[in-house]
Design a binder for this molecule. Structure first.
Ligand SMILES: [Ca+2]
Length: 180
């Protein structure tokens, strides 16, 4: 069940069980429950802190973790997609953004939209092959024979964002993007 369907169903259950449902958007805002609708100008949204790089907006999901499918749902709910990293310049900009965004100097792993199809890697968010790559030493190694998703390993001190193939069901933080 998609998150959107779940919200609709939950609202229906709330209404049919006699529980007052909040349907005033300003009341929702004041209560602190963000709700972003299709067509919302993401950059002006007070709810998601977004970083801009040229025509791309990024959301650094460093609060919740989940499998690729779970964090993909989160991005989709907010009209975004899991990140694709298409050039060294974009990677360097992400590193600069992450270094200023994260308060800790801990090393953090994030899911991307990179997936393996046969022997080829592709960005799910764009449907395009991964022309630019930045695999960590020894990767992709398909450890255990089931590593078909790309995580990026952010090392704040070293200022690197290296790639690793990983089992898609593992829990990671994530980065969403919006490309026009
Ligand atoms: Ca690996």
């Amino acid at each position: 069940m998609s998150l959107r369907v779940f919200v609709v169903l939950a609202t229906f259950v709330a209404l049919s069980s006699g529980v007052p449902a909040v349907n005033n958007t300003s009341a929702i805002s004041k209560a602190g429950y963000p709700k972003i609708h299709p067509g919302t100008n993401l950059e002006s949204s007070p709810y998601l802190p977004l970083i801009r790089y040229q025509d791309v907006l990024y959301y650094f999901g460093a609060i919740l973790t989940g499998s690729v499918d779970q964090v993909d749902l989160f991005c989709n709910y907010h009209n975004m997609k899991l990140v694709s990293i298409q050039s060294n310049e974009e990677s360097e900009n992400l590193i600069a953004g992450l270094r200023s965004f994260l308060e800790t100097s801990e090393n953090v792993r994030f899911w991307t939209s990179g997936r393996k199809y046969g022997n080829n890697w592709r960005w799910e968010s764009t449907g395009l092959p991964t022309h630019y790559t930045n695999w960590a030493k020894g990767e992709p190694n398909n450890s255990g024979g089931n590593e078909t998703c790309i995580e990026v390993f952010f090392n704040s001190a070293a200022k690197t964002l290296e790639w690793n193939d990983k089992k898609c069901e593992a829990a990671n933080y994530f980065i969403c993007e919006s490309r026009d």
